[in-house]
Ligand binder design. Structure first.
Ligand SMILES: O=C(O)CCC(=O)C(=O)O
Length: 463
């Protein structure tokens, strides 16, 4: 039986859409959309595509040939994904040019290439403003999500460095059914080629799982076992074709399977922000309970069972509770700094009703809401974490982090008036003010809630 197709993804001219409209219609409603007209000035669209519209493989080999990348063998399943091998870009392009492409097991698909991290000077594209409120990559540009002395640093460095990728594969390459890492959003732009997407909304996701909700369908086009996945036939899919130079927005938690209809190169980011960060916490909590469940039987013989659970959680999920908490505290502080900066900008008379203030307050409310969820989870006592206000404010990286956030917000909201060159006097002023309603350290989500609550009640804006 074929798939039941019930939904169609809208196509919208990105040049005629404001950030606020995009946020209301798609981020907040968590709906997919295809945006056109946003890649015209990308260097990638000139350099990476031959005159016949196909990927310019020789260009890649000549300029980036020595990069080591992950390549999926589309015909070989390994657990829940395709088998991956490592090779250089030159080897990948050589094999593409040599292979006829008729043998499925030889269908090689270059995935998750951290191109921006590897070639920061080569500006292949600029992230469209719709996707700039990106807490994940902004954070990873300055901090590590998880510091683990036990893991091989060098390897970790590149894998955890960011979530900005290039994908390259010939016609017929594909990606199995999945929902994105951290339940993040993703956007994907076709530099050349075309993709066919199949989406399942989160309200239906249980239909592609087995009875125990443990494993999900791998390929929606193979003979899916009815007794293992009893709900599969009832699923209603959304389908769409993404053409060259179009960008697709993939909402949080939507399962999707993707097929390259032509030889295709795409650029793809994963990200989250105030609209979907609660999905990240919900998934982390679920994965924590799973990590605990796996080792429950050794609890009594373990010196520090909770620490082991958290270590396993970080290994599986890429972060643990402390990592996520630190992340939230830094974002809360950064938003507060931007708020003060806006207020101190004397020229900006309408500051309190500006869209930027609205966005910052929305961010803080979302951080408060998630911290409230976090504080209701047991085991926050004695996590050994204490985030010092002083250390954060004196850290140059934090200042750069705030400036980068402010710059992105100015760009998204078309606000060129605000100057986010933070100075030391302002930071000292903020730090001094904070001590009125916060201790010198934040040690748990409860204190983060108190802190954000204090900020929201501050008399520095009139809302
Ligand atoms: O393009 C692909 O093959 C997969 C992309 C994807 O899954 C995503 O952007 O979330």
């Amino acid at each position: 039986m074929g798939l039941q197709i019930g939904g169609k993804v809208e196509k919208v001219n990105g040049k005629e859409l404001s950030y606020v409209e995009f946020a209301q219609k798609y981020l907040s409603k968590n709906q997919p959309v295809i945006l056109t007209g946003l890649t015209n000035d990308w260097r990638a669209c000139r350099d990476w595509v031959s005159d016949d519209g196909k990927p310019d493989l020789r260009f890649f080999s000549a300029h980036f040939g020595s990069s080591i990348v992950q390549v999926a063998e589309c015909g070989t399943r390994e657990f829940t994904d395709q088998k991956r091998v490592e090779m250089s870009v030159s080897e990948f392009t050589d094999r593409w040019l040599e292979d006829s492409g008729s043998d499925d097991s030889q269908l090689l698909y270059l995935k998750d290439w951290h191109f921006v991290k590897e070639y920061p000077e080569y500006i292949a594209y600029s992230t469209p403003m719709f996707f700039r409120d990106d807490w994940l990559n902004l954070y990873l540009d300055k901090y590590r999500m998880h510091d683990d002395p036990d893991t091989n640093l060098e390897k970790n460095e590149i894998i955890c460095s960011d979530y900005r990728f290039v994908y390259m594969g010939r016609k017929g390459t594909w990606t199995p059914l999945h929902a994105d890492v951290f339940r993040s959003y993703s956007w994907s732009a076709n530099v050349c080629g075309r993709k066919q997407w199949y989406f399942l909304s989160p309200s239906q996701h249980q239909l592609v799982f087995d009875r125990n909700m443990k494993s999900s369908v791998y390929n929606i086009f193979e003979d899916v076992c009815k007794s293992k996945f009893p709900g599969f036939e009832k699923a209603i899919w959304w389908e769409c074709t993404q053409e060259q130079n179009e960008i697709i927005f993939v909402p949080s938690g939507w399962y999707h399977q993707v097929h390259n209809l032509e030889d295709t190169i795409s650029i793809n980011h994963n990200w989250f922000n105030a609209y979907n960060v609660s999905w990240v916490w919900d998934l982390l909590l679920k994965e924590y309970h799973e990590a605990r469940g796996y080792i429950e039987d050794i609890k009594d013989i373990c010196d520090n069972f909770e620490a082991l659970c958290q270590r396993n959680l970080a290994a599986n999920a890429g972060m643990n509770f402390n990592d996520f908490f630190t992340f939230m505290v830094r974002f809360a502080f950064a938003n507060l700094v931007l708020l003060y900066q806006l207020k101190s900008d004397k020229d900006n008379k309408n500051w309190s009703s500006s869209q930027m203030v609205e966005l910052i307050l929305f961010n803080l409310k979302s951080i408060e809401c998630i911290s409230t969820k976090m504080k209701n989870v047991a085991e926050w006592e004695n996590r050994g974490i204490a985030i010092s206000l002083g250390e954060i404010f004196e850290d140059l990286l934090f200042i750069e982090f705030c400036i980068a956030l402010g710059r992105d917000y100015s760009l998204m909201l078309d606000d060129s008036e605000t100057n986010f060159n933070l100075n030391r006097t302002l930071l000292e002023h903020i730090q001094f003010n904070l001590l009125e309603f916060s201790g010198s350290h934040i040690v748990n989500p409860e204190e983060l809630v108190t802190f954000v609550d204090g900020v929201l009640k501050l008399n520095i804006y009139e809302h």
